[in-house]
Every structure is written in structure tokens, then in C-alpha cells.
Design a protein around this ligand. Structure first.
Ligand SMILES: [Zn+2]
Length: 293
């Protein structure tokens, strides 16, 4: 099917996003000892991210890349290349510390530092932030206020589990949150009901867990219901040859599951659904940015 036909058929354009980090930086394998080794471990993020960009180019699709400041400092050419290709550059913080493990001061330093590094590299404003492992929770009520104070327009970090525990109404796409520093948009991951449990079906882990035909059914159902999908993946999820790390069995299972199949599934996903970056496709955010210019 030609891309133009696919776009005409698609009723909604969705968001595809990537959290750009090294394979050894994931929260499930976090330890202070490993944190000290980061600069000695084999870097694979640039190669894997460029591969993702190649796949996106093949499907004439742009995405949002939430990039760690730590990665941007070591791979400035990667950040510039992604921006030049028309992708949205957003922040994944600096050092991949969970928000719940930081003080409000540490959090402010982390998000300010990453925003500055990225903006200096691309010469443009960074609007979006995603916390490591969606770690903005009820225990960090100050986080969204600090994000607004530091000039972020939107956040995409609120854990679907947190939403459930708060008995929040199911919210998808972007909605506005009022803070003392002004409003900030939350770009929420959609959830799908499976056997009575709400699962963040658009997350990379579930995308690797389920066969593609199952993911497609879930995602199509959400699309038919008018939900704008916010999908996310990591560069290490298309890298079956990455070095294996020690860690809890469950973490190793989750991290290394179906790595060989993900790239092919991403091709299918890009064939079957239409995607664009947050700043282009999420209406209230796009409108706010256009009003600023
Ligand atoms: Zn991350």
C-alpha cells in the first residue's frame, strides 16, 4: 500500500516516541556500582538509534525522541542528526535517576541540565519531558510544578498504574494539569483492558511480549474508539546482540524478551498505523506552540 493511501485510510495520526538511553541505563538493572561504570561499558545507543531513524525514514515517518542529557553529551552528532531529519527532540532528563529517588532540588537540576544541553545542540526550544520509567507519582507532587517552572510545555511521565491507583478517569492523549507555576500538558499513554486489567498496551515491553497480530488488535480497537495512541520504545529493544547484564530474573526476562522480533514488528506497526511527533500531532500542544510563535 502506498503511504498516501495509508494516510488517507488512517482516521487518527498517533505519536511514536523513543526514550534514548544506553542498554545499561534501564531502571530495572540500576545499581550504584553499575552507575559508576557507565563510561566504561560498551556504548550501543548511537548505532541503535540511527537504525531506528533509518526505519522511520523508510516509512517517511517522524517521531519524538526523549533523549538523556548524559547520552546527548557523548553523542552530540546523533542529536543534531535526528533534529535535522525533522524529528522532535525532547528530554529524558540527564542521568536516568527515578524521580521518586530525587529531591525536588536534584530533579530541578537534572531536567534543567538536560534541556540546556539539548537546546544548545539543536538551536531550538525543547518542549517535552519524559521521566525515567514513568516515575512521576503521587509521591512527587512537586515534579510537574518544577517542569512548568523550568519551561517545559508538556510531560509524558505519569504512570498508567498511578492513574489507576488514583482512580482517575481514563485519560488518553493530552490533558491540562494546573500547577502553581502555570499549566502543563500531560501526554498520557493509553491503556487497554485485558481480562479486567488496564495495561499500557502501547509500551515497548508489551509490544515485545505480544505477537504483532495481538498488538494490532488492541491498538486498532483503541484507534476505532477515537484514542490517539502514544507509543514508546527504546533503541536497545531492536538490538538482540547487546551484552547481557546480571540482575533479577524477572528483569532479565522483561529486558531480553523477543529482541530479535522487535525490528520486524516495528516495520509492521509503521505500515499499519500513521505517526507523527507530539508537537505536530497533539492538538492542544501544537496550538499552544503556534500561538507562541
Ligand atoms: Zn529511560
Amino acid at each position: 500500500m502506498a503511504f498516501s493511501e495509508r494516510e488517507q485510510e488512517a482516521s487518527i495520526r498517533h505519536v511514536l516516541s523513543f526514550d534514548i538511553e544506553e542498554h545499561f541505563q534501564v531502571s530495572a538493572f540500576w545499581s550504584s556500582a553499575r552507575r559508576q561504570q557507565w563510561d566504561q561499558l560498551e556504548s550501543r545507543v548511537e548505532r541503535n538509534t540511527l537504525r531506528l531513524a533509518e526505519i522511520l525514514a523508510h516509512f517517511e515517518t517522524k517521531a519524538t525522541f526523549f533523549i538523556l542529557g548524559w547520552v546527548a553529551e557523548r553523542h552530540p552528532g546523533l542529536v543534531k542528526a535526528l533534529a535535522k531529519q525533522g524529528h522532535e527532540i525532547a528530554s529524558h532528563g540527564y542521568g536516568h535517576e527515578l524521580v521518586i529517588n530525587q529531591t525536588d532540588h536534584e530533579f530541578r537540576d537534572d531536567i534543567r541540565r538536560s534541556k540546556r544541553i539539548l537546546e544548545d545542540l539543536i538551536g531550538a526550544v525543547v518542549f517535552g519531558y519524559r521521566a525515567p520509567s514513568f516515575s512521576i507519582t503521587a509521591q512527587t507532587p512537586w515534579a510537574l510544578t518544577i517542569l512548568a517552572e523550568e519551561g517545559y510545555l508538556y510531560d509524558s511521565s505519569i504512570n498508567a498504574r498511578f492513574q489507576r491507583s488514583e482512580k482517575a478517569e481514563k485519560k488518553h492523549g493530552a490533558y491540562e494539569i494546573i500547577t502553581t507555576a502555570g499549566n502543563i500538558f500531560e501526554v498520557a499513554l493509553p491503556t487497554a483492558s485485558l481480562c479486567g486489567i488496564q495495561l499500557p498496551i502501547a509500551a515497548g515491553g508489551y509490544f515485545r511480549l505480544f505477537p504483532y497480530f495481538a498488538s494490532k488488535i488492541f491498538l486498532s480497537q483503541l484507534e476505532k474508539a477515537g484514542t490517539q495512541l502514544i507509543m514508546y520504545m527504546h533503541p536497545w529493544e531492536i538490538d538482540p546482540d547487546q551484552p547481557r547484564m546480571d540482575g533479577p530474573l524477572i528483569s532479565r526476562f522483561r529486558h531480553y524478551l523477543n529482541l530479535k522480533k522487535t525490528e520486524q514488528r516495528l516495520h509492521y506497526l509503521l505500515r499499519d498505523f500513521s505517526f507523527a511527533p507530539v508537537v505536530e500531532i497533539v492538538e492542544p500542544i501544537r496550538d499552544r506552540i503556534q500561538a507562541r510563535v
